[in-house]
Structures are given as C-alpha cells and as structure tokens.
Design a protein around this ligand. Structure first.
Ligand SMILES: [Zn+2]
Length: 436
C-alpha cells in the first residue's frame, strides 16, 4: 500500500455519515485526531491554508469498515491468498478491521497454533482479529478446544466451514462460552456428508435433474442451538444466513435471548439463484445463494434490523478450483474489496435499502456487537475513516481486484462506491498501484 503522512488534513465538502445521517460536511484532522466537523466555516482558530486539503465533493465518507467474516487463507493456503494480497484487498475496500475464520493449516485450535498464526497475520494498518476454533479432532472424536487458554488471545470462537453436529458437544460449547464470556460464531448446516446437493431449487437445476437442498439444511441447526441456549444465553452469533425460515426462528429467539445476533453476506443480499444457468462451480457457496423469496426476506431482515451485520465471507480460490463442474468445485466467493461497491450499487441503489442502515451494519454495529466500542466520526476521535467515490462507475475485472482469488459473481459488472483512500490517524492510505 501507499502511505502519505500529513499532520494536518482537510476533507472538504463531502457527504459524511455523521450522527447516523448522511450530511454535507468538511472534516479537519490534526495529528491524527478529528478536531472539527463543519458545514461552512470552522469555528476553530486554524489556518486552513496550512492543511493538506482534499476536495471530497464526489465522495462519501464513513467510519472505516469492518468485515466480520473473512478467510485470510493464511497460513496454509497461500496459493489462494497471501497476507500481502489480502491486506491490499482490504485497503482497496476501505476495510481496517476483519474477523478471520479458523479453517487454516494449522488451525487455531491450540494456544501454540494461535500464536503462530497471529505472528503471520500481524499488520500495522489492517487489524486482523483471528478467531480460535471451537472444537478439535482427537482420535476421530470431536472435543472442545481449551477455551480458558484461548480466551487470553481472542473472544471469538468458530468452526466456520463445518457445523457442530453432536448435540452434546454443542451443549458443552454453550456452557463454556457463557462461563468465559466469549462469542460462538456458528456456521449452521444440517446435512449428511454423502449429500452432494449444493444449491437451493431453481428451474434450471430442476430441469437438469441436479439435486437441490431444502431450507431445513440451515434452519434446523439454528433452531436446535437456540433451544440449547434457551436458559443459558451465551453470546451466540449465526453466520451467513440464507433462508427466510432461519430469520423467522432468530426473530423469535431474540424475544427471549439477549445475546443472539446474526449476519448476512453482501452476495446473499445482492443475488438470488435465478442467475444459476450452467453447471460451473462459480456459483457454489456455502450456504447457497438464496432463492428469490429468500433474498427478499434477507433484504427485509436488514431493513428491520433483525440482521445485525453485513459481511463478505471473503473466500478466495484458484481458477482451477472454481471454473470446473460444480460437483468438483470448492465452496466460496471472493472478495471483501467489493463489500461497499456492491452494497452501494445494488443493495442501496437497486434494492432501495436505506444507505444509513447499510453503512451502520459494516461500521458502527459490528464494533458495538463484537468489541462494545463506539466507532463513529465524531469530535476528538482518532481518525479512522474510509472515503468512497460515489460518482465513478468502474467495471469489475480480474485485473483490478487485489485479492488473488477472482471467484466473484460480479466480474464484468459496473459498480460505483469504490474506496478512494483511507485515513488512519495521520496516514492517507491507498492500495499499491497496479502494474499495467
Ligand atoms: Zn461458513
């Protein structure tokens, strides 16, 4: 990335997400702190000509983004993504914080592994919050990891990629999560290993005799876990929802559980499975792309604030792993750098979900939920700001993605809302220039 250090920065005439509304404002940053947010003139006794001034009339400014669900692929899968490409990709997306899942090699299932992974993922600009695993396999038996030790390193525990099948293991995980006050981030999937279906029903799949999944694939496990948590109320977070019924069950669960939360990916909000018209693995993601009805309900869940946060589930793969028959393909879609452009261009402009509502779910709300921190643009705060160009429409191409993975369903689509730069304290940060 490129970093320009300036102790005095003026962001002029922007649209700023300020006090939960989008308002025309200018922002003064001095020695890394926001010292004024004003409409016409600063009330401070500052000489503005001394400031490094940036005209932001075409730009939207938000608190820096946090992506609550990514796969860094490090260590172990550097051929899909390395730390450098991942960090550049975050910077290109206006993201300064991510929560990184634990299906790496080795897995963060012991304190030794965790520390090793942490060293690899250390970055001074993008903060990678690594999760620890909930379970480990010992002699073929699934047992809990050592929560007591691992909680010294993290408050997030997840086996994302695989569900906790055994009721007893889940029950103990809930009790331990409550005892140690940590989050269980749950990938809910209820199906037999032998079941090869990987999409919800659509006309093309039906016509071609390709087996499809029922929505109980997801909600059955959610229902079980809410019931198991009923009298305990540990911090339980459901990852990447994809069906209407899952949402109904969570809505009901939230009536008696205070610590229940959930997420949806931007892909599951922006797309539905009517787009699947061939047998290529590019559409293969876990959970599947929702049906038209499911997508409608998910969008409504965001609107109603039933869904707490929006994430990317950044899952880069190689060309060979995705551009093959779906039965052979790997699960997952990249890339977190498209989080804001897709939210802005499709979920806000086309699907008409209020922009303020969407911005909150990738900034303020995840910070509040996961860290109990206020992350907003206000006076006296350290500058941690992302600036997006909302005038420029640019085509998504393999070349302009910073992720090594190109497995997105938005290739060749024109999007707006590209991150122009990030301000972190006194640093103006842009991704490395691409070589032509
Ligand atoms: Zn998952």
């Amino acid at each position: 990335m490129n970093i320009l250090i300036k102790d005095k920065i003026l962001l002029k005439n922007a649209k700023v997400f300020f006090k939960n509304k989008i308002q025309k404002r200018s922002i003064l940053i001095k020695n890394g702190y926001i010292i004024d947010i004003f409409l016409r003139k600063t009330s401070l006794d500052e000489k503005l000509e001394e400031y490094f001034s940036i005209d932001c009339s075409d730009f939207l400014i938000t608190p820096s983004l946090i992506d609550g669900h990514v796969h860094t692929r490090n260590p172990g899968f550097e051929y899909k993504e390395n730390v450098d490409s991942f960090v550049e990709c975050c910077v290109n997306g206006g993201i300064l914080d991510v929560i990184a899942m634990g299906n790496t090699s080795p897995r963060p299932e012991t304190i030794e592994n965790f520390q090793e992974i942490e060293k690899i993922l250390t970055n001074k600009i993008v903060k990678i919050h690594q999760v620890a695993n909930i379970t480990l396999y010992k002699n073929g038996v699934q047992t809990l990891t050592n929560f007591e030790q691992l909680k010294k390193k993290t408050s997030f525990f997840s086996d994302d990629g695989a569900p906790l099948i055994e009721n007893n293991v889940m029950k103990s995980a809930i009790k331990m999560a409550k005892k140690h006050n940590i989050f269980l981030l749950l990938h809910e999937e209820n199906r037999k290993k032998s079941d090869e279906s990987c999409y919800y029903n659509n006309k093309f799949l039906k016509k071609n005799g390709i087996g499809t999944l029922k929505d109980s694939y997801e909600w059955k496990m959610i229902e079980r876990d809410i019931l198991l948590n009923k009298n305990i109320d540990c911090k339980m977070h459901f990852q990447h929802l994809s069906t209407a019924k899952s949402l109904n069950i969570i809505e009901n669960g939230k009536k008696f559980l205070k610590n229940l939360s959930c997420e949806v990916t931007f892909n599951h909000l922006a797309l539905n499975n009517k787009i699947i018209n061939n047998t290529l693995g590019i559409y293969k993601v876990n959970p599947p792309i929702p049906t038209y009805y499911g997508q409608k309900k998910l969008l409504n869940g965001v609107k109603k604030n039933l869904i707490n946060i929006i994430v990317s589930d950044h899952a880069p793969h190689t060309k060979e792993e995705k551009e093959c028959h779906f039965s052979k393909a790997m699960y997952g879609i990249t890339s977190c750098e498209l989080l804001f452009p897709v939210i802005y261009s499709i979920i806000y402009l086309k699907k008409k979900i209020p922009l303020e509502n969407l911005i909150k779910k990738i900034t303020i709300e995840p910070f509040k939920l996961f860290f109990d921190l206020e992350h907003n643009i206000s006076l006296g705060k350290i500058a941690k700001i992302s600036v997006f160009d909302i005038k420029l429409y640019k085509k998504v191409t393999a070349e302009n993605l910073y992720s090594k993975g190109k497995n997105t369903l938005f290739l060749n689509k024109y999007l707006t809302g590209w991150c122009k730069f990030i301000i972190f304290k006194d640093k103006i940060i842009t991704p490395k220039k691409k070589q032509k």
